[in-house]
Design a protein around this ligand. Sequence first.
Ligand code: SF4
Ligand code: SF4
Length: 351
Amino acid sequence: MTYKFLSHVDLEELVAGLASAQVRVIAPVRVGSESDEIEYRPIQRLGDAALGGDLPGRSLKEFFLPPAEVLLRYKQSHEGVPIEKAPAEYSPQVILGAPPCDVAGIEALDKAMGWDYRDEIWFGHRKATTILGLVCSVMDSSCFCTAVGLGPDSSRGSDIRLSPIEGGYLAAIMTLKGEQLLAGIQGPEVNREARSEAHAVHESARGKIESTLPSLPAELPGWLAANFDHEVWNPMALRCHGCRACASVCPTYHCFDIVDEFEISEHGIHEDNSDSCQTSKLAVHGLGRDSSQTHTEGFRQRIMHKFSVYPSRFSAFLCTGCGRCSRVCPEGETLPEFLGAITGLAKPSPQ
Ligand code: SF4
Ligand code: SF4
């Protein structure tokens, strides 16, 4: 890791230079009639961004895994079914100012997308993207990043992590892509004071975490796998009515459903749509059979995947503690509440 000081003017010039080179720059932006919501949007200049504001309503994953994406088109004719594949070129893009929970979500999905089958569309977008994460300082009571091994100063998944300091940002450069992006910026030498100031910002951010959920114990994945039929599942599951709001905003949820749809006369599309394992119809397959799943089983599937199956394969949780699922749930279903309950069951009591 190397460091550079990035003044506000440096960052302004960087964004303007990227925009004029047709590189898409995506940053948190104020939207809505009262500008009271924040979402990730393309920007043309730094002044359009709301850096360091609240967590955007939707996560970053849509810039890599859109809610609906055409994989191929085809035409039915007497001669056959010619297929036109989705374009395999990916335009360069830069993500600016995403908080650590969203950036870590992308890194978590890298593992899932490159495991038994390599998703070339995902990795096409990933290769074309450079991520400048920003240390977070606006957490609320739904956030619990520290319980899943992250924190407001985590750099996991970032090519560059920005820490706000007097006059600009301390840029911690983590990858070659990050180095290349800032190659044209000289800046003053980073001295001990700048690094101490950034360290104080990190400490202060960690001090603002309100969540009382302790770090999830190493025993949790094994406990879940061994307690598939525990009575703890039903009461929480029955509060969920499967609206999928939590899945749509989650930075790591990646269930999908591939469908064939009629487009225009004799033309069809093969399309990848986001889905959720909490819906009753997720496992209805081509033969029309439903191989799933009671309501409780759907709820359990979501928790098992995030906190048992994925961790046993990749030694990390498939959750970044961003708290979006709790914020959007119309039933007030909060993941920390459930995790607190099962953590108490999973952790061996001290002798
Ligand atoms: S499960 Fe909830 S807290 Fe965890 S990453 Fe998804 S939306 Fe965020
Ligand atoms: S948002 Fe709440 S009610 Fe809707 S699917 Fe998620 S947990 Fe269930």
